[in-house]
Design a protein around this ligand. Sequence first.
Ligand code: SF4
Length: 403
Amino acid sequence: MVALQNHREILDKAVAGERLTPEEGLRLLESHDLAALGRAADAVTRRLHPENYRTYNIDRNVNYTNVCTAVCDFCAFYRTPKSKEGYVLDRDELCQKIQETLDLGGDQILMQGGLHPEFKLEWYEQLLRDIKDRFPSLNIHGFSPPEIYHFTKVSKLPLRTVLERLKAAGLGSLPGGGAEILVDRVRSAITRGKVMTDDWLEVNRVWHSLGGRSTATMMFGHVETLAERIEHLERLRQVQDETGGFTAFICWTFQPDHTDMADTPPAGSFEYLRTNAVARLYLDNFANIQSSWVTQGLKIGQLALLYGANDMGSLMIEENVVAEAGTVHHLSLDEIRGAISELGFTPRQRNVHYQLFDSAREEWAIEANHQRYEQIRNAQHAPKNGAARTLVPLTIVQGDSTA
Ligand code: SF4
């Protein structure tokens, strides 16, 4: 009875806007009262977001290379530098993907890749310049902290210099990928040759000091303990106190298929919703939490909007990383908007800074997506030859490296 009371007191404290201690966060994460966690997380979300809308964005995940010098046991996407299956996307294909994104009402690409052993910083600067020359209004949400850290090693340049030069070349914002669990014990157990906790955080700290913004992520449900999940949240909260530069947090469950950790039992919906709710309660200095529907499907992704999330994440036009691990959810813009509407909110398209698009632009994107789906439907019913087949890569796939 005493424990139950304490649990309720912790929830009341968070709902009132008081900061939770790591011990209190852990108590909540150990709780099985999912309904109580959800109610409290939802109360916090509604306090922070009293507006009558919930948001989403439209972008495309562009993986410029799958060649990687690191070895992550949970990753089914990468290929070793000697692999015949390694690729580097050529510029024409890259630009075509961007144009398709803009044609569907998107405003940014999420551009990430493996840790390529040879490319110097100049290669990435040229990549950014080529894109910005052709698509000046596009936001390049690119290069996760492990990649940035890797660039400093390959080019033998200080972190600040690397970030300053990438920013000058057109880098818009940093995705929060490669965080997994920000505890070195966990990172050492599941990755080799990849940035460790302090340096992952330092990339963000320096980027924020340059006026840049980034997102933060957590991939959980593998070898970490519940206490280590809280330690992860605590490290993020500390950096956010220092810089205020994180725009959002997104967590998702590890997808084991086709990875070296395939025998790990997958974390389910209960675990996902519980962790998402606790993240909302713990990260009192984060304005936005994104739902991750890729790993749990649309319905749990929708429910996450009642368990601490205020944003449906991205309608992604392409995703490769999570898809390689066997998770592929097809979802249309109408389905994302419908999931928001069903909960009594108005769906609104936003940019990376959570600024809303005006209604005319939003309507235009909806119509563009309708037309594209019409084409895809027609293509699926057409004989499998000729132009119709080229539409297949445009099937909407939601990926969870959305951060
Ligand atoms: S998760 Fe990233 S760093 Fe790790 S192996 Fe895959 S591509 Fe490389």
